[in-house]
Design a protein. Structure first.
Length: 221
């Protein structure tokens, strides 16, 4: 009996985290055309407050706020949330938001643009926006029946430690094309988050189209 009581708070936390993850997925699909880049969720005595980050706030807010009202009703119904308060914030630099970049790459590939051209274009956009470094990995049936991946890198992306945790934003997305299912992984290192004490372990100079290719079963870390 005591064991169940001890686990109960943990189960509640895990259940809530899972629900928030589903909510995030729902928003990503629902607000795709608005350039969804993430959501901040906070709970208070008056209910749940959502701050939704998008590139096109007007598409979420709608005429006379009807978009917000419709979204609030959907969230209350689908996730059983009472007193949902929604605010919409515009993403200041979309090129530094990995979720936005993932969606743009997926959209470009769906339109038939070669993945290499798309990845190099996205990499240029990220670095021109002021990133410290960026990494894009496209995986799937790239050149043959075997599953491969190709990695595009610019600048420096810290791989471990506190710097990586604080400064590197990550996002993943899958896109289904005629050739099969492709995976997109984007990492962006924010220059303003890199501490002055951070010493570069290797010198890296941005080169357009710089890439690494290999079999997926040798996959990247």
């Amino acid at each position: 009996m005591s064991t169940q009581i001890e686990r109960s708070p943990v189960k509640k936390i895990l259940s809530k985290q899972l629900m928030f993850a589903y909510l995030d997925e729902f928003l990503e699909e629902t607000l795709k055309d608005a350039g969804y880049g993430g959501v901040e969720i906070s709970e208070g005595p008056l209910g749940v407050r959502l701050t939704i980050y998008v590139t096109r706030p007007g598409l979420v807010i709608g005429r006379k706020g009807m978009g917000i009202k419709d979204l609030t009703d959907k969230l209350a119904s689908k996730f059983n949330l009472d007193n949902v308060q929604i605010s919409v914030a515009e993403i200041e630099v979309p090129e530094l938001n990995p979720r936005v970049v993932c969606e743009r790459i997926a959209s470009s590939m769906e339109k038939g643009t070669p993945f290499r051209r798309t990845a190099v274009w996205a990499l240029n956009q990220i670095m021109n926006a002021g990133a410290f470094g960026a990494e894009i990995i496209i995986s799937g049936k790239i050149r043959s029946e075997r599953a491969h991946y190709q990695k595009f890198v610019a600048g420096v992306v810290p791989k471990s430690g506190e710097v990586s945790r604080v400064a590197v934003l990550k996002a993943t997305k899958s896109v289904l094309l005629k050739a099969g299912l492709f995976g997109i992984k984007v990492k962006i290192a924010l220059k303003e988050k890199i501490v002055p004490e951070y010493v570069l372990k290797e010198e890296s100079e941005f080169k357009e189209g710089e890439s690494v290719e290999g079999a997926k079963n040798e996959g990247p870390a």
